[in-house]
Design a protein around this ligand. Structure first.
Ligand code: B12
Ligand code: SF4
Length: 431
């Protein structure tokens, strides 16, 4: 079977830019489509291509003509969902391929894609589900009862069997097909460092349940570590790439596994720089783990501090505290690790709250603060909590840099303050 895996173009709209001419918030995001490479890893014996529309945004029609796929597989985050709906229509117009969609948005809100231009929606980890779907198509068998795969039924609710995710869904014996994006690799670089960056997953899911987060539906709440050997093998696949971003939502979610992995990396002789997502409480409870990783190349950690007071952290069920956040910052700075700190700005912020956040970031010397606007993403608990207040439903605005709720401050002032946070935080930023 000929299978074309498609990464959607950089998507989304910007209220600050469109309404107030604030263009400093616009960002272009590039990184290899590891989800698609991972799926391709379990589709041996088929003819495969990955088309990255983030690099060649107008490439779909010519690729459909050249490759003539039987199946087109799209991935999509929430802000890319509308774009993928349009692209699926193009596939149906220009080719005779069937269309399957998966990824974060399909997992959080599968009904969104229950539309005529799609044939199947894959909910959650897809490496094994997609394989089973492709096998069924090859064998001309029914695709009705594959766990995790919802056949599209426009006008009627989706019906599917949920998948019980476990290690088998990682299909450890086949690595991601990094080779399928070789032509794009020079574009996957970390601008701040001017270095090429590759992505490797060492776990899927997260055992926590923060109200704003869309990770849980990918594994139905399970935290699944990849075997140590698998991770080392995948890092080896990226031989020419000096910086490795471990893309797991919560890289050191199992400290025991993280220790074994660090030992295995040290023994393997791999010389890389690593970036990893870590929770502040993990840093405080396991500072020795941070040291161990620093010794084997950990250069920067991405930490979701989210908010700076306990009330707000409690409301989002972060299971962390302002004190732990400060302790973690001190430990990481002692170790010389760069902190990429994620903060969530609430649409309810007044000027004093903007000031306090700016002061915190300055005082704590967060090297690279990242600020998103609190966004109730479909499929999250936050979405249920705030549904009645949402005033923008167009998913093009769900880039986490727009407020889809009314702002407490005058809207223009809100975006000016938001842009100022980013500007202040980034003018001396380093990774
Ligand atoms: C790497 C990454 C990126 C990269 C590369 C992604 C790419 N495809 O090009 C870049 C830098 C481009 C990026 C950009 C953005 N990202 Co991003 N990103 C990630 C990150 C850290 C890892 C994704 C990953 O590689 N995971 C590992 C792979 C193996 O897993 P996976 O992609 O989920 O794929 C598996 C399943 O989902 C499924 N699957 C996926 N696709 C498909 C398709 C089919 C057909 C099938 C069957 C199955 C399937 O099977 C795969 C294997 O099991 C995640 C957080 C996370 N840990 O997941 C955020 C994340 C996906 N990003 C997020 C966001 C919000 C963004 C941005 C809006 C930036 C921002 N403000 O934070 C932009 C959007 C870009 C745009 N404007 O269009 C959110 C998405 C939330 C949501 N509901 O949409 C996440 C979850 C982080 C978060 N803040 O919560 N991102
Ligand atoms: S925000 Fe981080 S810690 Fe919280 S559920 Fe999501 S991945 Fe887990």
């Amino acid at each position: 079977m000929r299978i074309l895996l498609v990464n959607p173009p950089n998507s989304g709209r910007s209220i600050p830019e469109e309404r107030y001419g604030i263009s400093s918030l616009k960002q272009i995001f590039r990184g290899e489509p590891l989800g698609l490479e991972t799926l391709a890893g379990n589709l041996d014996s088929h003819s495969l291509r990955i088309l990255d529309l983030k690099i060649e945004p107008d490439g779909l029609v010519s690729e459909l003509e050249r490759f003539s796929p039987d199946l087109v597989a799209f991935t999509a985050m929430t802000c890319e969902a509308n774009a993928v709906v349009r692209l699926a229509a193009t596939v149906k117009e220009c080719a005779r391929a069937r269309v399957v969609v998966g990824g974060v948005h399909a997992s959080c809100d599968p009904e969104f894609f229950n539309q005529a231009n799609f044939d199947w929606i894959v909910v959650g980890l897809g490496k094994q589900s997609l394989r089973e779907l492709v096998d069924a198509l090859e064998g001309e068998q029914s695709t009705e009862n594959i766990p995790g795969v919802a056949p599209v039924r426009p006008g009627q609710p989706l019906v599917w069997q949920p998948r019980n995710f476990d290690r088998r869904d990682l299909v450890a014996d086949c690595s991601p097909r990094y080779d399928l994006v070789e032509q794009y690799r020079p574009h996957y670089h970390l601008q701040t460092l001017g270095l090429q960056m590759g992505l490797v997953a060492s776990a899927a899911g997260c055992p926590y349940d923060c109200s704003f987060c869309s990770i849980a539906p990918l594994t139905r709440g399970h935290y699944i570590s990849a075997s140590v050997d698998t991770v080392v093998r995948d890092i080896h696949c990226l031989d020419q790439t000096p910086v490795i971003r471990l893309v797991d939502a919560n890289t050191f979610g199992s400290p025991q596994h993280a220790r074994l992995l660090a030992d295995a990396i040290a023994k393997s002789g791999l010389r890389k720089q690593f970036l990893a997502d870590v929770r502040a409480d993990t840093v405080v409870r396991h500072p020795e783990l941070m040291r161990l990783w620093q010794e084997i190349g950990l250069r920067a950690v991405i930490i979701g501090f989210e908010e700076i007071d306990d009330g707000a952290l409690g409301a989002m069920n972060k299971e962390c505290s302002a004190t732990l956040n400060r302790e973690a910052i001190a430990i990481l700075h002692d170790l010389g690790l760069t902190i990429v700190g994620d903060f969530i700005v609430s649409p309810d912020y007044d000027e004093v709250q903007f000031d306090r956040l700016a002061d915190f970031v300055r005082q704590e010397q967060i090297e690279l603060p990242m600020f998103t606007v609190m966004t109730p993403l479909p499929g999250t608990r936050l979405y249920q909590e705030l549904q009645s207040r949402i005033c923008i439903h167009d998913l093009d605005f769900y880039t986490l840099t727009n407020s889809v709720l009314p702002t407490y401050l005058d809207e223009e002032l809100f975006y000016q303050r938001y842009a100022a946070l980013l500007q202040d935080g980034h003018h001396k930023a380093r990774v």
